[in-house]
Design a binder for this molecule. Structure first.
Ligand SMILES: *Cc1c(COP(=O)(O)O)cnc(C)c1O
Length: 379
């Protein structure tokens, strides 16, 4: 079977291998069969292994849904009654976490920090001192809208020093940047199959501490379907998701996991880094400027400033590239006008070289002068 290969430079879903796509083509099976439960058990163990977690301490809880579901379940399930959450908000994804708190009416502090840099630890520490009733600290690892990497190890240490649980959204770093859940002071992290794992969309997972899940059994059940403890209990009792799992997506994730181990953590991160280096180099060659300082980036997303050229038209450039098999994505850096090029997925440096040939063609077709111009003299 010939499947057209598209290069996705958007922040997920990512380009996948044909073997992962084809892994979905399986005989029909009822997910309540032992064969399927065995698949899920192995996948849960592997999900913990990716972040070097001790299986006696950490477990993985799977859900049918996109990555935002993880934010929802962690926030609605892990906040004890009478306590409050602290949302370290320096980007679009942590803003989403604050919005989830608002929609559940959860007591929380929305600590709004600048979007163009890592979270300021002193501001977080001050917020924790001001609010001793904080029981949960939440931060995004790689703020995918900007590509800013937050100092989760320090944030986790701060949370723990103040007696709070630390939850971090690792959706756009998990299975890409090597990480050790215990060393990073993470109590709960999360991701979905279509990002670092290079599987299909529709399967999401939270990885976290068993003792804290046990403790959270007594907390208010604020959602019926999206409850972390309920799903954990069901998994522990039966080895299955309580409600229908995304069957074919699970098969793809199992294949993606096998390919993850085959490539290897170090080699995979080296490949993503190679891709990102090719993106930086290609942008620089055309005169493009990035919105975030290089040393603050997670190494997976480039947020690129629109040039000051009257002929620049993101939609036209996007459509030109899309027609030729390359997908680029609009940005989310507050008010700055940006687009994004991301290094997720089953791609390598030659794909980026091909992309820049097409991108150059798009600039020429639009009549954008190269190297591109900006009004300010210096970046
Ligand atoms: C992709 C992503 C999510 C989840 O987005 P969905 O569209 O719900 O899959 C959450 N957090 C971060 C940081 C992400 O990059």
């Amino acid at each position: 079977m010939e499947i057209q290969r598209n290069i996705l430079l958007n922040p997920g879903p990512a380009t996948t291998t044909d073997t992962v796509k084809l892994a979905q083509m399986v005989p029909d099976i009822c997910p309540r069969e032992k064969e399927f439960a065995g698949l899920m058990a192995a996948l849960r163990r592997d999900l913990v292994r990716v972040v070097h977690g001790d299986p006696a301490v950490y477990t993985a809880v799977l859900f049918c849904g996109s990555g935002t579901l993880n934010l929802d379940v962690c926030l609605n399930s892990l906040l004890p009654p009478g306590k409050q959450a602290l949302i370290v908000n320096n980007g679009a994804y942590s803003s989403r976490a604050a919005e989830i708190c608002r929609s559940y009416g959860l007591p929380h502090t929305d600590l709004r920090l600048p979007f163009d840099r890592p979270a300021d630890l002193a501001a977080v520490e001050q917020a924790l001192r001001d609010r001793p009733e904080t029981a949960l600290v939440y931060a995004t690892h790689n703020e995918t809208g900007t590509g800013v990497l937050n100092p989760i190890r320090d944030l986790g240490a701060l949370a723990h020093r103040h007696g709070a649980v630390f939850i971090t959204d690792t959706t756009s770093t998990y299975a890409m940047r090597p990480m050790d859940i215990a060393a990073e002071n993470i109590d709960f992290c999360m991701a979905s199959a279509q990002k670092g794992l290079m599987g299909m969309a529709g399967l999401s997972f939270v990885i976290g501490r068993r003792d804290l899940l046990e403790a959270a059994r007594e907390y208010p059940r604020r959602s019926y379907y999206c409850n972390l403890c309920r799903q954990y209990e069901y998994f522990e009792r039966t080895g299955e998701m309580e409600f229908t799992p995304p069957v074919q997506t699970v098969y793809a994730a199992v294949q993606a996991m096998a390919e993850y181990w085959a490539e290897g953590e170090t080699a995979k991160w080296a490949r993503h880094t190679r891709v990102m280096d090719a993106i930086h180099a290609g942008l620089a060659a055309l005169g493009f400027r990035e919105a975030i300082r290089r040393e603050w980036q997670a190494g997976l997303v480039a947020a690129v400033r629109y040039p000051d050229d009257p002929n620049w038209n993101f939609e036209r450039v996007h459509d030109y590239c899309y027609d030729r098999g390359f997908t680029i994505y609009p940005g989310k850096v507050g008010t700055a006008r940006t687009f994004r090029l991301c290094a997720l997925g089953a791609i390598d440096a030659p794909d980026i070289h091909d992309f820049f040939r097409v991108f150059r063609g798009a600039l020429d077709a639009c009549g954008v002068a190269v190297p591109v111009r900006y009004r300010e003299a210096t970046p």
